[in-house]
Design a protein around this ligand. Structure first.
Ligand code: PHE
Length: 359
């Protein structure tokens, strides 16, 4: 076959190749080891110098034109392939983002954050203590001796005797009050702390769960009196319920670790058959509090004639129920995703006083 015919045939084959694979087959048939153009190139070795002078440029010219035709066709096929993909593989940027599972902040966590924010604004730090507590911190130092009836009242979970530490029986703390003791024995007054955390009592019904949450408050300084306590609680409850018409009622009460002791009620109004905090149509108990007992201050190694203070404790879960309207405490701990989606908070709703603590 003469060179011209070969060129015409190869050019036609290149032109009609409609896939990259077909084009590659043409390339191999021409320029591959056994290819027709390669075979021609090999014949140049056996040519006389004169023959090579005339045939060389023709054969090389054939190789060049076939090579550039292959390159051009390859680019065409690649562009066509890209255009085909662009036309078919379409992403519609106007579609909404697909649903991704999203968790929520548990109301207990949210309320604890709200309380920390409110009390930080009044100069309170956050303190912590262990949930597995010894008898002395949970009871004795709080003026609840072994024989005291308050021990029975607390429905305590005791650890077995062989788990005693330093001769102290261990318990799951029944309240956050032992954090008062831990704070007074580890830092110098003046003290202003809140201590939120888990507490445990062997009790279970619609309004009691064996584990629940309390928040403790403690102020120790010179010349502290009941007026400071009342102002602090009133300021706190108004900020927490985000209403100016929150009314407090202080009732005489009894706790072994405070003297005098006061129980604090908040007034509510009935609107459409529902109780709403504010006003004074009825009263709900929300807090236990009082002036820290001399014996407690003494047990912590402080002089009660120099240092006085007040303490309060309340249920965080109950505060959450009153503000956000849940009616069964047990649901707090069921882990039911529908409840969590309904009552939970967006992780970006970080409580701030300026934004309204409830966000
Ligand atoms: N610890 C008490 C309770 O659990 C609440 C309380 C705390 C009362 C501090 C007075 C002072 O009921």
């Amino acid at each position: 076959m003469d060179i011209e015919t070969l060129q015409t045939e190869l050019m036609a084959a290149i032109e009609s190749a409609d896939t990259l694979e077909a084009l590659e087959a043409v390339r191999v048939s021409a320029l591959g080891k056994q290819g027709s153009v390669s075979a021609l190139l090999k014949t140049m070795g056996g040519m006389s110098p004169e023959e090579r002078q005339t045939q060389g440029p023709i054969i090389n010219g054939l190789r060049e034109s076939i090579t550039s035709a292959l390159t051009a066709k390859k680019a065409d096929l690649e562009t066509a392939e890209l255009n085909r993909r662009l036309a078919t593989e379409r992403v519609d940027m106007t579609l909404p983002a697909p649903d991704a599972p999203r968790g929520t902040i548990h109301p207990v966590s949210q309320v604890m954050d709200e309380l920390a924010e409110i009390f930080a604004d009044m100069g309170f730090a956050v303190a912590e203590g262990p949930e597995i507590e010894d008898d002395w911190h949970n009871f004795t130092a709080l003026n609840i001796p072994e024989t005291h009836p308050a021990r029975a009242m607390h429905d305590t979970f005791y650890f077995p005797d062989d788990m005693a530490r330093d001769g102290q029986k261990m318990v799951l703390r029944t309240h956050t009050s032992p954090v008062q003791i831990r704070t007074m024995t580890s830092q110098e007054p003046p003290i202003r702390i809140i201590a939120p955390g888990r507490v445990y009592r062997s009790d279970s019904d619609a309004t009691h769960t064996p584990m629940f949450h309390q928040i403790e408050g403690l102020v120790i300084d010179k010349g502290i009196h009941l007026g400071h306590l009342k102002w602090t609680l009133e300021t706190f409850l108004k900020a927490y319920f985000e209403r100016e018409d929150v009314v407090l009622r202080l009732r005489p009460s009894y706790f072994p670790f405070t003297e005098p002791s006061v129980e604090v009620d908040v007034g509510y109004s009935v609107i459409n058959g529902k109780r709403v905090i504010g006003g004074s149509e009825g009263w709900m108990e929300v807090l236990g509090s009082g002036m820290v007992h001399r014996k407690v201050i003494e047990a912590c190694g402080l002089d009660p004639d120099v240092w006085q203070g007040f303490a309060f404790g309340t249920g965080v879960d109950r505060l959450a129920m009153l503000k956000y309207g849940m009616d069964d405490l047990r649901a707090f701990f069921d882990g039911d995703n529908r409840w969590l989606q309904h009552y939970g908070f967006n992780a970006l709703d970080v409580p701030t006083l300026s934004g309204g603590v409830g966000a």
